[in-house]
Design a protein around this ligand. Structure first.
Ligand code: VGL
Ligand code: ZN
Length: 199
C-alpha cells in the first residue's frame, strides 16, 4: 500500500447535481470514495480551478453555446458552461467528501488560455502539473483513480499515468461520466487499449 496512491478527481460542487456542469449521479460516488480514502496510505485530490472568463467557457466565445467545439492553438476544445471558478462555492469540494487526509491538491485549468483535463498535463499536452515528479519522488508506483468525470478528467489522467510508467486502475463504481457524443464508450476503449485496469 505504501507505493499506492488514490487520486480523487474533481469531486467539486459544480460537477454534482445542482452544479454548473453537473454529472448525473455525481454525488452517489462520495460514500464509496470516503471508504477508499480511509484505506489508502496516500490520497491526492485534483481540483478544477478556472479564472473567470476562461477560454474553455462558452460564454467567452461570442455566438458559441456550451458543448460546441472550437479550435484552440493546441487542437479542438469542447466549450463548457462557466464552472469551477477560483474561489467560488462551485469550485469547493463537495461537503460530504472526507478530504482532510489528502496530502496534495493538484489544481488545474488555471491558465486562461489552456484547459486541463488530465492531472498530469494541461490540454496542450506540454505543460506539466508536477504530479508525475511528485509521485516519483515519493516512490509511488501505482495510482488508483476515482471521481468525475469518467470520460474527461479521470480518463485523461489515467492515460497519462500509464504513459508516465505508473500502473493505473480506474474504479468505475467510484466514477460517473458526462457522455458527450459517445465519449464514455470511446474513452473506456482508449483506456483499455492503453493498459489502464478498469475495475
Ligand atoms: C471536467 C470538463 C471541464 C472534468 C473539467 O472534471 O471532467 N470536464 N472541466
Ligand atoms: Zn473545467
Amino acid at each position: 500500500m505504501a507505493k499506492d496512491a488514490l487520486i480523487v478527481v474533481d469531486v467539486q460542487n459544480d460537477f454534482c447535481p445542482g452544479g454548473a456542469l453537473a454529472v448525473e449521479g455525481g454525488h452517489e460516488i462520495i460514500p464509496i470514495i470516503n471508504k477508499l480514502i480511509m484505506r489508502f496510505d496516500h490520497v491526492i485530490l485534483t481540483q478544477d480551478w478556472h479564472p473567470g472568463g476562461h477560454s474553455s467557457f462558452a460564454s467567452t466565445h461570442p455566438g458559441k453555446a456550451p458543448f460546441e467545439t472550437v479550435p484552440m492553438f493546441y487542437g479542438n476544445q469542447t466549450l463548457w458552461p462557466d464552472h469551477c471558478i477560483q474561489g467560488s462555492v462551485g469550485a469547493e469540494f463537495h461537503a460530504e467528501l472526507e478530504w482532510t487526509k489528502a496530502e496534495l491538491v493538484i489544481r488545474k485549468g488555471f491558465r486562461h488560455h489552456i484547459d486541463s483535463y488530465s492531472a498530469f498535463y494541461e490540454n496542450d499536452r506540454q505543460t506539466p502539473t508536477g504530479l508525475a515528479g511528485y509521485l516519483r519522488d515519493r516512490g509511488i508506483t501505482n495510482v488508483t483513480f476515482a471521481g468525475l468525470a469518467t470520460d474527461y478528467c479521470v480518463a485523461y489522467s489515467a492515460l497519462d499515468a500509464v504513459e508516465h510508467g505508473f500502473a493505473a486502475d480506474v474504479l468505475l463504481d467510484a466514477c460517473r461520466g458526462i457522455n458527450l457524443g459517445g465519449s464514455l464508450a470511446a474513452m473506456l476503449g482508449e483506456m483499455r487499449k492503453a493498459g489502464v485496469t478498469l475495475v
